[in-house]
Design a protein around this ligand. Structure first.
Ligand SMILES: [Zn+2]
Length: 162
């Protein structure tokens, strides 16, 4: 009996450890990188209180997602970023990590300065009428661009048009 218990214990411990290590490496892996990145800024209506608010997203003229080279893409559902990008985004304090009503997990998103509601990224990126819907050869239309001075690394979902 004691041997069986000890054997089971030995099996459980490395498994649990391996899962933690995998989760951590996924979280730490900032698979998107760009040395030609911008903050794209525009205005939209808060879906909760209807106020006219400024919203931003990350737009990259070029970059890589894992090993794939991409051009003219935006990044939504950012869940992780390097310190350099966090530092450069400090001037947009309404873009910060939060939990919205749709997605359970926290991610970096725009917040309404009037009612503090998180503006879900899918409302800004996914439909052709959305402010950050990508263009194949140019930044999202009607966005003001601010160049990020230094290369950035982050994790999120890349949107690009073909
Ligand atoms: Zn609002």
């Amino acid at each position: 009996m004691r041997l069986t218990t000890a054997g089971a214990h030995r099996q459980l411990t490395p498994d649990a450890g391996a899962k933690v290590a995998v989760a951590k490496s996924l979280d730490d892996r900032l698979e998107i990188a760009s040395a030609a990145a911008y903050v794209a800024c525009t205005r939209t209506l808060c879906w909760s209180c209807d106020a006219n608010i400024e919203v931003i997203c990350i737009y990259c003229e070029s970059g890589v997602d894992a090993d794939e080279e991409l051009t003219h893409f935006t990044v939504s559902n950012i869940w992780s970023m390097d310190d350099e990008l966090a530092r450069q985004l400090a001037r947009w304090p309404n873009f910060r990590k939060g939990v919205g009503p749709i997605h359970g997990a926290p991610y970096f998103a725009n917040h309404c300065p009037h009612c503090d509601t998180l503006q879900e990224d899918f409302l800004l990126h996914e439909e052709p009428s959305d402010p950050f819907f990508p263009n194949p050869r140019s930044p999202p239309s009607a966005c003001e661009l601010t160049a990020l001075a230094r290369p950035i690394r982050l994790s999120g979902a890349c949107h690009f048009a073909t």
